[in-house]
Design a protein around this ligand. Structure first.
Ligand code: BG6
Ligand code: BG6
Ligand code: GLC
Ligand code: GLC
Length: 917
């Protein structure tokens, strides 16, 4: 009895002594709670640094966006291939994710070796090898005939700008193949696969193993939002708020960030806790100076740390009676599996003895106890460090969510975590101590990271299919250079038709003479009234022109024209106009003043003189009865008479294009074209009288209002007319008319967009397949919204807000698609404008027999003015389609009212001159 006690006492004493000895020796490796809290805080700061745009380039913890935006929701399905490269084992898999909502995943896999000569040889050969293994797998599994999407788990730091791309930042762990760093792994593998002609595989996603692990676990537990690997290497990922990820556009929702925490400390941030053993280990590694945190934690290094410590202790005479075995000198002789075995609860000591004996040592009891304790300290430090970094992530998550307590799940994988008997327990305990306000569940990923990678691939593959459908729709709006040249040429033909007496009656581009024969010359003067009807705003203006100095002062007031008046009777419309004039005169204190008036009337009018204009037909949003075929000047005069309060001298009726050309011509006499890209679309230009067969005389020039909005009404644009254009046309006030206008101008672009959105929604590609009442409402997308949505300065969230204002409840993805649709539609519009304009400048150049021509185009209209890209694309197209013309665009700052007043001034002078004769 006594002897037993004595033995026990002896052993306890022995143990205590050994432990004390080792504790003293490895004092530096034992981290206090305070130190861990300090490391946690440092890691929090590192994460912040990695996420910031300005700080990221110098951050050692790279915080890489992964483009994985959501955890699985159970709707994933299909058959996928998966590769898992970078952990301790290389696997090829087939993953079948079940349909019918039952969460069921079946996997078949095959391991392949990764010999050092492959993983540290030439990069091309590495990828060829991987492709060969894939081909072999597919052959064995008889998958060769199938076209399957592939998800690649690639467990190294990669920079991604999309899911199906990964630029390798640096090799870590055991890999060091040449020529891969800085290149895209996905394209390298794709290229390597091309060698196998019978292989038809599309790599849809590249995921880090942490991400795969998180997704694997999240498939079973939706609370899972962190993935941790404690294996050959160590790393973690988590779901970060998009608003905190500076490197990716958009503020909405979350994205998984691969922290690459293994590199924590590479900038010296952990020097105070690194020991001489860490430094020695680092020097002997494949990547000295790199992955310093990983080297204190992960499986590839733990055994080696233990070996270095044992060697040092033996040298110092603290172990093995000062004896050293030659095996202890060999790098890699002690592996993580040895460390794990030594720490087994019951067999640990016996295992230790066996391991040491295998190394050629003759350990005493005391040695075994000491060595076991060395292992414990090394692996405990590893768990502690992991816990500190993980605690930082959990705190970040809790703070992002503004919660007092966070309930969350961490998905974990990696051999160290899985085979080490004490590791999980220790890690969990320390994490809970460091973040007492988090309820953390640790979930071991039983099936590796490939199941998760397959989920990501499933989502990617669904998105890819959707993408194809969307692209198909948008492709209808893409015009080739050849098509644009064709359109330019057709427009040119239409111009000629409209100008010729024989063909004019049937011409769809009407080429209306305006009786405006010259540019202002600066001698104009006087006070004029002007009306500006037909654009977005109806205005009444007072324009004071002073001669000589080319200075014009304007006063104007905007009036609303209610829809019921625009589409009521002609009398009501003109009475309303006169009412507005009366209000304006009142407002300006001009009651009773009999001023000459210029009437900008932005609709097609057949003119017999400057002050006569018969409305041919309404366009855009107007449809008042009893006006078509009537002289609008007469109608205005009669309305003034009906009111019987004042008299006005209506001197000129002017199209807005003409007014715009004049406004700009006042500043630049080279301005011989007027262009409107606003509610409607139209152009006017100065034509040689001899070309205008409808008007007598061959001398000089006259402005022609082309009314090009009608281009295509004879079917000549049918080849580019889409089903959406047809729908817009059918829903308009003037079906079959103004086809070109309906493809180009502000009033219709939004409608085209709306029609496309309806179709995409019907196809289930937008708004969760739900067509809202709002989306059914005509006219919700005004030009200004299009312009806002397409603005480059706008973050996605703002686009979403605009859509929400419009009553469209969209997700982030929806907003991206809507923006693209707007872009395709407005781009086509700008190109079509460009083709039309190229036709006119080319005509003018040829008519004048010039090799090169310089010309200024005066432009107005909300589309041109507000849209962020329209004017640029227009300019580019003109340049391409009329390369011999140097076209300057001049924005009309003052609207066409000023031009109308100038025309009135000129007409008034001519009237006066005629009277004087
Ligand atoms: C596996 C995953 O289970 O764990 C791999 O499928 C991952 O993707 C690996 O890289 C990490 O552990 P280890 O120990 O193999 O590096
Ligand atoms: C204004 C002109 O500036 O632009 C109007 O004064 C013209 O005459 C209008 O009709 C065209 O643009 P929108 O976008 O208002 O139709
Ligand atoms: C290394 C890699 C990292 C990976 C980890 C675990 O740290 O750089 O990408 O996640 O090992 O395998
Ligand atoms: C419509 C009108 C036209 C006008 C244009 C721009 O096309 O028919 O006269 O110039 O809109 O407002």
């Amino acid at each position: 009895m006594f002897a037993v006690h004595l033995m026990a006492f002896y052993f306890t004493k022995l143990k205590e002594d050994q432990i004390k000895k080792v504790d003293r020796f490895l004092y530096h490796m034992r981290l206090s709670d305070e130190t861990l809290l300090d490391i946690m805080a440092r890691f929090q700061a590192e994460m912040q640094k990695g996420l910031g745009k300005d700080t990221n380039p110098t951050a050692s913890v790279k915080m890489l966006p992964t483009f994985v935006r959501a955890i699985p929701d159970g709707s994933e399905n299909g058959e996928f291939l998966s590769l898992d490269l970078g952990g301790s084992k290389f696997r090829v898999l087939k993953v079948q994710v079940s349909e019918e909502g039952k969460r069921n995943v079946q996997m078949e896999s095959q391991f392949y070796p990764t010999p050092n000569e492959i993983i540290r040889g030439n990069g091309t050969e590495l990828f060829e090898y991987v492709a060969d293994c894939l081909a072999d797998f597919m052959k064995t599994k008889e998958l060769m005939q199938k076209k399957l999407p592939l998800g690649l788990t690639f467990s190294f730091p990669c920079k991604q700008t999309k899911l199906e791309e990964g630029i390798l930042l640096s090799w870590t762990k055991k890999f060091k193949a040449r020529g891969v760093q800085g290149t895209d792994v996905v394209s390298s593998l794709t290229n390597a696969m091309k060698r196998h002609q019978d292989l038809d595989v599309d790599i849809l996603a590249l995921v880090n193993d942490t991400v795969g692990t998180m997704m694997t676990c999240a498939y079973d537990d939706p609370y899972c939002e962190v993935g941790v690997i404690i294996g050959t290497g160590t790393n973690a990922c988590y779901m970060e708020d998009m608003s905190n990820i500076d490197l990716v556009e958009g503020d909405e929702g979350r994205m998984c960030v691969n922290t690459e925490w293994g590199a924590f400390g590479d900038d010296g941030a952990l020097e105070d806790i690194r020991t001489e053993f860490d430094r020695e280990l680092d020097l002997g590694s494949l990547n000295p100076g790199k992955q310093l945190f990983e080297k204190m934690i992960s499986g590839l290094y733990l055994g080696e740390l233990v070996r270095l410590i044992l060697l040092k202790m033996a040298k110092a005479g603290l172990l093995f009676g000062g004896e050293k075995s030659s095996a202890l000198h060999i790098k890699g002789k002690i592996e993580t599996r040895h460390v794990a075995a030594m720490e087994r609860y019951k067999e640990g000591l016996a295992n230790t003895r066996e391991i040491l004996t295998d190394l050629g040592l003759e350990p005493s009891d005391a040695d075994c106890i000491a060595v076991q304790h060395v292992s414990t300290i090394v692996s405990f430090r590893s768990a502690n460090l992991c816990a500190a970094a993980l605690a930082a992530i959990l705190t970040r998550l809790r703070e992002n969510k503004k919660l007092v307590r966070l309930r969350t799940t961490v998905g974990v994988d990696g051999t160290l975590y899985k085979i080490h008997p004490q590791y999980p327990k220790r890690l969990h305990k320390v994490v809970r101590k460091l973040v007492p306000n988090c309820d953390v569940r640790f979930l071991l990923s039983e099936s590796g990271s490939t199941k998760g990678a397959a989920m990501v691939t499933a989502v990617a593959s669904r998105l890819q299919a959707q993408r194809k459908q969307i692209d198909k729709v948008l492709a209808l709006f893409r015009l080739t250079q050849e098509q644009l040249v064709g359109i330019r040429n057709k427009m040119r033909v239409e111009f000629e038709y409209g100008l010729k007496k024989d063909t004019h009656p049937l011409a769809t581009v009407k080429m209306l003479p305006t009786y405006v024969c010259g540019m202002p010359d600066g001698t104009e003067k006087g006070k004029f009234l002007a009306l500006d009807l037909g654009g977005t705003n109806f205005r009444v203006l007072l324009v004071k022109i002073r001669s000589g100095r080319r200075s014009v002062r304007m006063y104007n007031k905007i009036f609303a024209i209610p829809l019921e008046i625009m589409q009521g009777t002609g009398e009501e419309l003109f009475d309303h106009i006169v009412q507005c004039i009366a209000d304006f005169l009142d407002y300006m204190g001009l009651k009773g003043a009999q001023l000459p008036l210029g009437f900008t009337f932005s609709f097609p009018c057949r003119q017999a003189s400057i002050d006569k204009g018969t409305l041919i037909e309404w366009t855009k949003g107007f449809k008042a009865t009893d006006c078509e075929g009537e002289d609008v000047v007469d109608m205005l005069r009669e309305a003034i008479k009906r009111r019987n309060e004042f008299d006005l001298d209506i001197v000129a009726v002017v199209n807005d294009t003409v007014g715009t050309m004049m406004t700009c011509g006042y500043e630049d006499s080279n301005c011989e074209v007027g262009l409107i890209a606003g509610t409607g679309s139209n152009m006017c230009y100065m034509e040689e009288m001899r070309n205008i067969e409808l008007v007598e005389g061959d001398e000089g020039k006259m402005c022609i209002n082309t009314e090009w909005g009608g281009f295509g009404d004879n079917g000549c644009l049918d080849d580019i007319h889409t089903q959406y254009d047809k729908e817009v046309d059918e829903g308009s006030l003037n079906p079959g008319k103004q086809r070109y206008e309906k493809m180009t101008s502000g009033m219709y672009l939004g409608e085209i967009v709306r029609q496309i959105l309806i179709d995409l929604t019907k196809q289930g590609l937008l708004f969760r397949g739900q067509i809202s009442e709002r989306l059914r409402t005509r006219g919700i997308f005004e030009t200004k919204f299009l312009s806002q949505i397409e603005s480059d300065r706008l973050a996605l969230l703002q686009v979403r807000r605009i859509l929400q204002q419009l009553g469209l409840d969209s997700t982030c993805e929806d907003s991206i698609v809507v923006k693209e649709v707007c872009g395709a539609v407005s781009r086509r519009a700008a190109q079509l404008y460009g083709a039309g304009l190229a036709a006119i400048v080319e005509k003018r150049r040829e008519d004048q027999g010039l090799e090169h021509m310089r010309i200024t185009v005066g432009v107005d209209g909300t589309l041109y003015k507000l849209h962020p890209h329209f004017s640029r694309i227009l300019r580019e197209t003109v340049k391409e389609l009329a390369p011999q013309c140097d076209v300057m665009f001049m924005l009309s700052e003052d609207g066409s009212g000023k031009g109308a007043a100038l025309i009135t001034a000129v007409a008034k002078r001519l009237q006066q001159a005629q009277r004087d004769h």
